[in-house]
Write a protein that binds this ligand. Structure first.
Ligand code: PMV
Length: 336
């Protein structure tokens, strides 16, 4: 019997991935960039065991058994096995996968990113493969490729039609900007109305703004935000982060029928952040929203206490967990 356990973190994109040029290979229309969060607060944990006595493959997610006939999971497994040493004795034994998230699943909190990064790193450990595994994690869930690395990570869309250069790379470690924190404001922890996969597909088919964003806007934003991170220029970083979140949700609304992910509370958080920045006469905090109503706020350590007291005052029940009170630092190391 062989057994491995891995944990992997969530990542929060500041330049969003939205739209695929190839559904099967999970190739994105544009590059994206994110910060990988510390695993102390939000992470996925996966244990995989294998033995010749296992009669069938098994998969549990958060204690509930799932079908193993999941195309994304099978693609990841196939790709890891293809890269493995073909003489490994346990290569053809059945496996049992047990995954759990310590935060709401499929609520737009990047659970699939942490989940697939974790699954692929556990498979890579089990079958002893080496080298970059981000291209394999990408086949599970696009954004998962960024959770393979810690700190600030760019997913380069690549140019190859087979996707081998559609990989993630670290542009700066977490230690480069140690004051950076992320606050997660959970507006709603229910599963989102429609998955990012179906939303993206519909956007690609119907949104004109998406094509413009992917080709004309994102390339220059990637360049500008990379520069802001390298120079630790929070003012510019926050400006680009908020603009990109707004444009991503504009694309969702430009989709037909529209994908509405943010709700009234999300918009109220946007207003509070702008009021706070106006009062401070510079960008001290930046919001970003994924495919759900929950807000992720990027800010520096020095600002956390004051921002939390404002949030607490405006939305009394929202921030009530000890865990969020210090702000989440970025992760030094992605996979453990
Ligand atoms: O990786 P997916 O298929 O769950 O898509 C994630 C898309 C966003 O979270 C909305 C943006 C991003 O870049 O993470």
């Amino acid at each position: 019997m062989q057994k491995v356990t891995c944990i992997a973190p969530v990542n929060i994109a500041v330049i969003k991935y939205w739209g695929k040029s190839d559904e099967d290979l999970v190739l994105p229309l544009n590059d994206s960039l994110s910060g990988t969060l510390s695993t102390d607060f939000m992470c996925a944990k996966t244990t995989i065991s294998t033995s010749p006595a296992l009669e069938v493959n098994k998969f549990w997610l958060n204690g509930i058994e799932q079908s193993f006939e999941n195309e994304r999971l099978l693609n990841c497994l196939k790709e890891v096995k293809r890269r493995a040493n073909q003489t490994l004795p346990h290569l053809n034994w059945n496996i049992s996968i047990c995954s759990e998230n310590n935060f709401p699943t499929a609520a737009g909190l990047a659970s699939s990113a942490a989940g697939y990064a974790c699954l692929v790193s556990a498979l890579a450990a089990l079958y002893e493969i080496e080298g970059d595994i981000s291209a394999i994690a990408r086949r599970g869930s696009g954004s998962a490729c960024r959770s393979v690395y810690g700190g600030w990570v760019q997913w380069c869309k690549g140019a190859s039609p087979t996707g081998e250069d559609s990989i993630a790379k670290q542009i700066a470690p977490a230690s480069h900007w140690p004051q950076m924190r992320v606050l997660i404001l959970v507006v709603n922890d229910e599963r989102k109305k429609y998955s990012s996969t179906s939303g993206m597909k519909r956007s690609v088919e119907t949104s004109e703004l998406l094509q413009y964003r992917a080709t004309k806007i994102v390339p220059q934003r990637i360049e500008a935000i990379t520069k802001a991170i390298i120079n630790k220029d929070f003012q510019a970083f926050a400006q680009i982060t908020m603009e990109d979140s707004n444009q991503f949700h504009a694309v969702c609304l430009d989709t037909f029928p529209p994908c509405v992910y943010m709700n009234d509370t999300s918009h109220a958080i946007v207003d509070v952040v702008h009021a706070y920045n106006d009062f401070k006469k510079s960008n001290k905090v930046a919001y970003t929203f994924d495919a759900g109503p929950n807000a992720c706020l990027y800010l520096l350590d020095s600002e956390v206490e004051e921002v939390l007291s404002v949030i607490d005052y405006v939305f009394p029940p929202v921030v009530n967990s000890e865990g969020y009170l210090k702000g989440i630092p970025l992760s030094k190391k992605a996979i453990t």
